[in-house]
Design a protein around this ligand. Structure first.
Ligand code: IYR
Length: 222
């Protein structure tokens, strides 16, 4: 076992109680404004913003600090088109027979269907892959731990970073995702996790009239 090396915690900041309350409430309100959208403008966004959001996501905690994620940022119109066509093929099957009635019922408030034009309209598709294992420089495989937890946390932080930058996003999960690995030619240790569609909302974007659970419904204090 290698000896652990420790350094002083210099980045931590404590706030006086009043400031802590103000910050928590301000951030809560900021996050509550976030909505997933399904209609995007083609307006370009600076690549630098995406890079910063990815670095924010990459600061996520992960099992054994293995950082078992890869982000593939797609802006090439041809690649976006390939992804759209492959996704719509899977979605067609999903909406025309594969999906259980119960699942379609659960989606009814969202008004989704098999058409996914946003995959071509939005300036960026961030395709998130989880690395089920790592590959060392000598080619040896390294076991990764808590991969889905880790990638889920990083994805949440990416969504938060994108919202904080004043952009909108859609966490999109095609019914079958194998085509993402194929189109983007990813290595064998990577599995598609989610597509984060990022951009500005299209003019006149509407969102489903849905609500969020109250605190008493989501939390228990013991
Ligand atoms: N992938 C499909 C279906 C879908 C599934 C869930 I769970 C959603 O929250 C929304 C949609 C689609 O994107 O239409």
């Amino acid at each position: 076992m290698a000896e652990a090396k420790y350094i002083p915690l210099e980045s931590y900041r404590e706030y006086p109680p009043e400031e802590m309350k103000r910050r928590a409430a301000t951030f809560r309100a900021e996050m509550q404004r976030r909505r997933s959208i399904r209609t995007f403008s083609t307006r370009p966004i600076p690549r630098e913003v995406i890079e910063d959001c990815l670095l924010a996501a990459g600061s996520a905690p992960s099992g054994a600090n293995q950082q078992p994620w890869s982000f593939v940022v797609v802006s090439d119109p041809d690649v976006k088109r390939q992804i759209r066509l492959a996704a719509e093929k899977e979605e067609y099957e999903f909406y025309h027979g594969k999906a259980p009635e119960q699942w379609l019922d659960a989606l009814s408030d969202l008004g989704t269907n098999d058409q996914k034009p946003f995959l071509e309209m939005a300036p960026y598709l961030i395709v998130i892959f989880s690395q089920t294992y790592g590959i060392q420089s000598d080619g040896r495989k390294v076991q990764h731990y808590y991969v889905r937890h880790s990638v889920g946390i990083a994805t949440g932080m990416l969504i938060t970073a994108v919202h904080n930058a004043g952009l909108a996003a859609l966490p999109y999960t095609p019914p079958k995702m194998g085509f993402l690995k194929r189109i983007l030619a990813r290595p064998e240790n990577e599995q598609p996790f989610l597509v984060l569609v990022v951009g500005y909302p299209a003019e006149g974007t509407k969102v489903p009239d849905i609500t969020r659970k109250k605190l008493q419904e989501i939390a228990t204090f013991v």
